[in-house]
Design a binder for this molecule. Sequence first.
Ligand SMILES: *[C@@H]1O[C@H](CO)[C@@H](O)[C@H](O)[C@H]1NC(C)=O
Ligand SMILES: *[C@@H]1O[C@H](CO)[C@@H](O)[C@H](O)[C@H]1NC(C)=O
Ligand SMILES: *[C@@H]1O[C@H](CO)[C@@H](O)[C@H](O)[C@H]1NC(C)=O
Length: 513
Amino acid sequence: MQLSFVFSFLLLSASFTVGGIIPFGKPAVSQRADVGQKLVFSHFMIGVVSDRTSAAEYDDDMKRAKEYGIDAFALNIGTDNYTDTQLDFAYESAASNDMKVFISFDFNWWNSSSDATAVGQKVAQYANKDAQLKVGEKAFVSSFAGSGLDTATVRAAAGLDLYLIPNFNADQDLSGLDGAMNWIGWQNDGNNKAPSGGNTVTVADGDNAYLNALGEKPYMAPVSPWFFTHFGAEVEYSKNWVFPGDLLWYARWTDILRLAPDYVEIITWNDYGESHYVGPLASKHTDDGGSKWVNDMRVHLITRPHNGWLEMAKPFIAAYKAGETDVGPHIDSDQIVYWYRPTPASTDCDATDTTMEPADNSTGNYFMGRPNGWETLTDSVFIVPLLTAAGTVTVNSGGTVYNIDAPAGASSWSVPMGLGAQAFSLSRDGAEVISATSLKEIKDECVCGIYNFNSYVGTVPEGPSDPLGEDGLTALTTGLKTACEAAPSLPATPPATVAPTATGTATAGPTAA
Ligand SMILES: *[C@@H]1O[C@H](CO)[C@@H](O)[C@H](O)[C@H]1NC(C)=O
Ligand SMILES: *[C@@H]1O[C@H](CO)[C@@H](O)[C@H](O)[C@H]1NC(C)=O
Ligand SMILES: *[C@@H]1O[C@H](CO)[C@@H](O)[C@H](O)[C@H]1NC(C)=O
């Protein structure tokens, strides 16, 4: 409903190997997911990787996703002239990396009234490739939006068995589908914006609407970490809002373990412009203008080059696929994952922000200044310890120190954000186990002049930065009101911690989104 490029509805077919969970030693290319097998997908925007020139340029994404337990990418396609080239590369890379993929038709671009035949034909073009996800013998196909699509025509045009799990609205006719996907992974007002004026629709409300509408049919549930987009008049798709994020990523995964839906889709792998990417910044991609709030905003672990949010999700993915509710047994080393916005909400960027002028608002998505919904985010540092045994997690947020008695397994916490350096450590029996100071300070300052409500994510142990590549920075300066270099700018070494001046008490996080 609100993505900047493309979204999805599709089917997949062909063979399928789920990393490590298929018990029999059949050749990978002949394996298919079993009907009823729980699978995790991540939404992958083909529209942001039009600059890729080979299948090999997909290899890192495929390997990385698979390593975290993601079974397939939902390849979101519009109708651009590079689509087939990139789908060919993606299918080829997936096949050589023992990953699976399926097409997710984006009905911002495909027409649900008139494109049913074209959708079926596009499915047919790819569904017999080795990397196509199949459930049983049926090719998996999904979408973004697409309610009303004539599924009988799609199936006839495809000419093969489809497993159709598109993102139709729950109140539409779902009878022609094999299941349905819910896109709305964020608490909202029922009208695609953050809750306000007493209107609150929770993510669980969305789950219930779909589960009621689907009956026994499979449900694909959304999981998303964040949402912030901030496009001004410098582009044609001006839009500026947030959904409540904060500890959503943890709370929602906790929900998922209890709910145990048939399928889970992580929204997204690489939609940088809406800040809900969990894949790496370094993944080769173009710049829709989102680099203004994406540059420097994720880091990787040093020991294993992993993204913090994916790192947090890893034991949850494993537990979900095993039908378990306890992530503890899936945590094999101590880690702390943390995240926070780079500035407090009170920082005033009105004089230099890129959304202070009128812009096209035919979508109703454009707001001036701080993003619509900003009041629904708290000025906090969020902490998720993933521990092999109970320990004390110490957070120094700009000089205020918090000692957290963290249990074994996963837990979530927040502390008020303090300006300056952010330092984290774990100790047991008085001895430090791991520690790191974040490369990103919280500042009362408008980086590149703008309101940046994206989230920085770090891990302890700390790792090298995950820099945007050249192609991902091409539009950084477009429309900016202040001088700002289009280059990664995190320091190589962390800032000095702030000498402790006070202590505080951390708040335990929610366990339901
Ligand atoms: C693809 O479309 C773009 C934008 O419309 C155009 O500039 C480009 O020349 C087209 N490329 C091909 C190979 O047709
Ligand atoms: C979709 O196709 C229908 C039927 O051809 C047409 O009336 C409608 O205008 C199209 N929608 C868009 C957004 O192009
Ligand atoms: C854009 O449209 C929405 C929906 O009508 C409205 O709430 C918002 O105030 C508008 N934005 C601007 C800048 O006028």
